[in-house]
Design a protein around this ligand. Structure first.
Ligand SMILES: Cc1cc2nc3c(=O)[nH]c(=O)nc-3n(C[C@H](O)[C@H](O)[C@H](O)COP(=O)(O)O)c2cc1C
Length: 431
């Protein structure tokens, strides 16, 4: 062990008594391994078996969607009933093989659904996604009854996943997806019970937290991933976020994960839109300033994700009691055993770096696709390929998605249902 590793190796007991084996977490990365029926596959099982040996005390799954008409990407998994219990159980067990906690992340994309997947997405208000070259259609405003139904759907999904063996639940309230759309004054223009002031803007999240807690009980850890800010003028700012954190602490959640940004300003990838910059530029973690402020305000365990790359950077943040756990996403797409090596002192830094095509508008997307294809390699039983050119991974990405498109064309299913969803029929189990 080096001087920094004992700090990383300390266990953490959460408010509900659950114990994490160390201070390193694999942050959520959408695996895009689901099949045409939006079900998990053997790829999830193989990938999580690999990450089970990563050394991280906590593995958070990529976002699992709560509603069948609302997936954010091809390959998302939807859990709204028990039809896929067998594979869900095997996915959870694979991740737990070496004692890590495996938490399922729940999400609804709201207006952030590409037009190819839903031509009429829903959102708190009819505010379209800007700067995304027509990829997203203008959303329809949810009715009061639909909002209530969605609260129930989050709880239903959480219950199924806990019965399948996932050891905790994380609600995705960050990155511009539906809950984040409700939180932001820029996207929530409602004047009913779900918008109009900050208490009502956060009501959707708070109701979901209550419904999920009622479903999973006190013993199962419940976490929320929240933006420190969405880095947009007139949007969700640090002050409003701090108020949401206090409300979440009052609800008795077990852990808060801090992130930031949306598709319009990808600060969570270290790429905020000009002119608003992410904080903590002199330190490797993007949102550390916000974590410091929150630390003074609440006694909630904090997981910070975004930019951590070195044992020194992580140990500094934990040692100075700014955060409790460090989240690593992209480093674990490339170096799946990095936490173990950081813990035994054989590695002090990740070699991961931004993989872009050099076109600023596409930087966030190309970096995401590059890392997604590395997950696919591991899901196929291969090692990541760090030297791959972003253009090659782009080709890999789109060729793997081609069967979906072909399937729709050949079967004549590329029609749109009443609620805007691009209709599917049965297809091959793996892609
Ligand atoms: C391929 C990929 C997929 C991601 N999918 C998700 C997701 O499903 N849910 C989520 O909360 N964040 C997701 N993220 C964001 C990461 O959890 C994390 O916040 C971000 O990558 C910054 O952390 P890093 O610097 O350690 O990569 C994804 C990131 C990548 C690279």
């Amino acid at each position: 062990m080096t001087g920094t590793t004992p700090l990383l190796a300390r266990t953490l007991t959460l408010p509900n008594g659950a114990r994490l084996g160390n201070r390193l977490a694999k942050a959520a990365m959408s695996e895009c391994l689901g099949d045409l029926e939006l079900a998990p596959t053997e790829g999830h099982v193989r990938l999580y078996r690999r990450w089970a040996r990563s050394g991280a005390g906590l593995l958070i799954t990529g976002n699992i969607m709560v509603e069948r008409t609302a997936i954010g990407e091809v390959g998302n998994v939807v859990v709204d009933d028990e039809r896929d219990m067998g594979l869900l159980r095997r996915w959870a067990s694979a991740g737990k093989e070496h004692g890590a906690h495996v938490w399922a992340q729940l999400n609804h994309p709201g207006r952030q659904i590409p037009v190819t997947l839903n031509a009429r997405p829903v959102a708190p208000s009819e505010v379209p996604v800007a700067n995304t070259a027509g990829l997203f259609r203008s959303p329809r405003e949810l009715t009061h009854g639909e909002v209530e139904t969605l609260v129930t759907k989050f709880a239903t999904t959480a219950g199924i996943l806990v019965r399948a063996g996932f050891t905790g639940i994380e609600i995705h309230a960050a990155h511009g997806y539906l809950i984040s759309q409700f939180l932001s004054p820029a996207t929530n223009r409602r004047t009913d019970a779900w918008g109009g002031d900050r208490d009502r803007r956060r009501r959707f999240l708070i109701e979901i937290v209550r419904a999920v807690r009622a479903e999973i009980g006190e013993v199962v850890p419940l976490a929320v991933k929240l933006n420190s800010a969405d880095f947009q003028r007139g949007g969700f700012d640090q002050f409003e976020s701090a108020a949401v954190v206090s409300a979440l602490a009052d609800e008795g959640i077990d852990l808060l994960e801090i992130s930031g940004g949306t598709y319009e300003s990808t600060a969570f990838m270290g790429l905020p839109a000009e002119p608003v910059k992410a904080s903590s530029e002199e330190r490797e973690a993007y949102f550390l300033d916000f974590a410091q402020r929150i630390r003074q305000q609440v006694s909630l365990p904090l997981l910070l994700t975004g930019g951590f790359r070195t044992t020194t950077g992580i140990a500094d943040a934990i040692g100075s009691d700014e955060i409790d756990v460090a989240g690593l996403a992209r480093p674990l797409a490339l170096e799946p055993d990095l936490p173990a090596r950081m813990l035994d002192g054989t590695s002090t830094a990740s070699t991961v770096r931004h993989r872009t095509l050099g076109i600023r508008r596409l930087d966030g997307a190309s970096d995401l696709l590059w890392h997604t294809t590395q997950l696919w390699r591991m899901a196929d039983g291969k090692d990541p390929a760090p030297g791959r050119h972003p253009l090659i991974t782009m080709a890999h990405y789109f060729s793997r998605l081609a069967p979906y498109t072909l399937h729709r064309i050949v079967r004549g299913t590329r029609s749109t249902s009443r609620d805007g969803y691009v209709v599917r029929t049965r297809g091959p189990a793996e892609h």
